[in-house]
Structures are given as C-alpha cells and as structure tokens.
Write a new protein. Structure first.
Length: 132
C-alpha cells in the first residue's frame, strides 16, 4: 500500500513503530495522498506513484534529497503543489534539494539553476528571491 511503501525505509532503519507511523502519515499528508493511504501501486496513477516516491524520500527528513525529474509524471497543478511542499520543507526542515529536470514549470521555485549541455556546465545562475 501507499502507507507500507513510505514506511519501508523506516522499518529498515529500525525507527520505533509509533514514531514511524506519525512520520508516514505526515509525509502522506505533505503530498496529498491521504485518500490513497491503503491503495496498492497498481491502483495508482503515474502521478500518485510519483508523489508516493517523493513522500518515501522525505519520510526520514533528510538533509539532502537528489531527485531526477521529480515532477515528470505530474500535471501542472500537482507539479506546483509538490514544488510548494518542497520549498516549505526546505525552509522548515532545512532540507536541500537538487533536481535534474527539463521541466520549466518548476524553475520559478528554484534559487539556483545550473544549466548543463553534453555533461558540461554552460551557465550557473542564482535567482534573486528578494527577502524570501
């Protein structure tokens, strides 16, 4: 199920079950899958599977998350929702995110963009967010 999928890394790292359940439920809430908590992967859309994977990556509240195309299977609304969540988590949990993406919809959420072509950095830009 979605719950079990997100819970797995906590079980493997021997996180106390009560604490683990709280973390899983919070991660599920972050990505908006509360109504899918008991759903099996075969019953989820591609976007719901993507959000489950994001929740699984965040359940430990890591210092760094490296994500390859984190919004690839999401529609525009869910892409923006996920990016807003990741920005909030960046601030609240002090988690850094590194994205490899071609999705220009998410560029407005980023503070730094490193452009690459053929494995080489061609541009490195810092985005001025004012006081944000």
């Amino acid at each position: 199920t979605v719950f079990e999928n997100i819970e797995l890394p906590l079980i493997l790292n021997k996180v106390e079950p009560k604490k683990g359940k709280t973390r899983v439920l919070q991660a599920i809430e972050w990505v908006g899958l509360g109504d899918k908590i008991n759903s099996k992967p075969a019953k989820l859309s591609g976007g719901e599977c993507q959000r489950t994977a994001i929740a699984r990556a965040l359940v430990h509240r890591p210092a760094l998350v490296m994500a390859d195309e984190p919004t690839a299977n999401l529609d525009a609304e869910n892409s923006h929702k996920i990016m807003k969540i990741l920005v909030e988590l960046n601030q609240e949990l002090d988690t850094s995110f590194v994205f490899a993406t071609h999705d220009e919809k998410i560029m407005g959420y980023l503070r730094r963009i490193i452009h690459m072509e053929d494995g080489k950095i061609v541009k490195d830009e810092w985005i001025d967010k004012g006081n944000a």
